[in-house]
Write a protein that binds this ligand. Structure first.
Ligand code: FPP
Length: 232
């Protein structure tokens, strides 16, 4: 079975930097270059959607200095790599709540999405100011609105809930990778992970390469996904 939608929790930038006597932000800077490499690799491998956890709703708890730096990363990323992404026909998308992101950062994200809107290749989807519990609550509110407005009966089925989530336009999630040894989901794509394969790898994000992605996909392809059924 081919992999269509891959998500990555890009963890370990801070530890990678510290191990090299650098400050945490240098790890994030290197992390941005690896985002470019991962996007190009995923596109070359024929993946349809690559969803990257760039900033969680919990990341606001970090120091003001680090939050400020993380909010500058889209500018760093798009100023260096948007041209190449355009050439590769990659479309930029975002899940998360844009309205709490600093205006300058939001503007940069919006213009990258606008510029790549008509691209038909892979979707590079950034989870920015994203938290999955919040996503589910917002989806429930939207559904409640629809019922209140008489758009729907109160008869929602499991397979219809997807349409209320921020990922509604994307194919189902096949594979979730977390780097840097932590075995947690950290409020990422909780609903979407129901039948996804999970891979927790030891490598920190700054050391993630095309080869790593290939290995993860080979691992995925060797598994026997049964979606709760039995082997035929
Ligand atoms: C986790 O490492 C990483 C983040 C919180 C930020 C991830 C963001 C990027 C790699 C770049 C995003 C790029 C764009 C274009 C928005 P950590 O700081 O938690 O590492 P640690 O666990 O070792 O401290």
């Amino acid at each position: 079975m081919s992999v269509r939608h891959v998500a990555i929790i890009m963890d370990g930038n801070g530890r990678w930097a510290k191990a090299r006597g650098k400050v945490r932000t240098e790890g994030h800077f290197r992390g941005v270059e690896v985002v470019r490499d991962a996007a190009i690799a995923a596109n070359d491998l024929g993946i349809e959607v690559l969803t990257l956890y760039a900033f969680s709703t919990e990341n606001w708890k970090r120091s003001a200095e680090e939050v400020g730096y993380l909010m500058k990363l889209p500018a760093v990323f798009f100023s260096r790599f948007l041209k190449e992404l355009m050439e590769k026909n990659i479309r930029i998308a975002m899940i998360g709540e844009m309205d709490q992101i600093p205006a300058e950062t939001a503007k940069i994200l919006q213009s990258a999405m606008d510029e790549t809107r008509n691209n038909t290749g892979m979707v590079l989807n950034f989870a920015m100011n994203y938290g999955s519990q919040r996503e589910i609550v917002l989806a429930a509110r939207k559904y409640a609105e629809d019922v209140k407005n008489g758009v729907r009966e109160n008869d929602l089925e499991v397979n219809q809930f997807d349409q209320y989530l921020m990922t509604s336009e994307f194919p189902p999630l096949d594979l979730m990778i977390r780097t840097s040894g932590e075995c947690r989901i950290s409020n990422f794509l909780l609903w979407q992970l129901a039948y996804a394969e999970l891979e927790f790898i030891d490598l920190p994000w700054p050391e993630f390469t095309k080869e790593t992605l290939k290995e993860c996909i080979e691992q995925f392809e060797s598994r026997d996904r049964r979606f709760g059924g039995v082997k035929s």
